[in-house]
Design a protein around this ligand. Sequence first.
Ligand code: ADP
Ligand code: MG
Length: 322
Amino acid sequence: MLSEFELIKHYFDSRRTEGDQITLGIGDDCAILQPHPNKQLAISSDMLVSGRHFFPDADPVGLGHKCLAVNLSDLAAMGAKPVAFTLALALPEANPTWLEGFAQGMFALADEHDCKLIGGDTTKGPLTICITIFGELPHGQALRRDAAQVGDDIWISGTLGDARLALAGYWKEHTLSAELHQQAATRMHRPTPRIALGQSLLGVANAALDISDGLIGDLGHILDRSRVGACLNVDLLPAGPVLAQQTVDLRRTFTLAGGDDYELCFTAPVHQRVAVLAAGQSSGTAVTRVGSIEAEPGLRLLDAHGQVYQHQLKGFDHFTSD
Ligand code: ADP
Ligand code: MG
């Protein structure tokens, strides 16, 4: 049986992390970060709890990827460049097979974004994974939720809804062929944080966030914080490739109020349209214009025919949604 310290050393402390910006990594009471001059640190935490955010028997490699991906997605939403992260883990047991897979999934994504593990905490308990991530931003240039301006276009990166469609498959709400379910499930288990796009939008977009609890609820946060309203065309929302093959009703429902999308929703002035498309191109990420910011508070939804889209959808909330 591995001890706590053997476990940390073997799975999480086998790499040298000191270097540019990381004065001290794992092993002391604190890690030490040295931001570059004229840069600010962007900091975010996300916790994933077994049975709530993932199935208790979830594949550990996918879980390692996802728990870091959701944190990287928060950095992407601010336009920040990843630097480092800490990992707080509660584990029911020190299972080497699980730990090996988890570390593999997590470090593969960390290496892709040159984001270093610099510390954490390890304890016995119900499986819970909490990552705090640190990113770097040019001073004063963060893409904040409170910066949308009346007249801005509203844009969405990538596609929405396939993760929610996969969940509908697991819950037997909706039937898909094994192949299509697998394709949708990949979106649910292996989200792609839009790191390159976020950074390309600095100086181009006004406000941004990442969509984790469904577009309707998350866009609502931008509207609240910026004290504006918006109009969206529901039939312009980019559906995931599997969802795009389903009924119009399901497509509208899951693009508007899916969850686990980890795409960016951002607003940008009309005169930046060419620059937004160029940011999408340079980062290899599709960007779709879906509506605009208006002075009148509230969110108005229209269909392709200009008719009001009636619905009772809302964003996910851990305390009121179940
Ligand atoms: P302390 O008791 O002083 O808080 P710990 O004994 O918990 O420190 O941890 C020893 C070192 O190992 C610290 O540098 C800590 O950041 C690091 N560490 C603990 N758990 C993890 C983990 N899951 N991943 C990475 N580093 C970890
Ligand atoms: Mg200590």
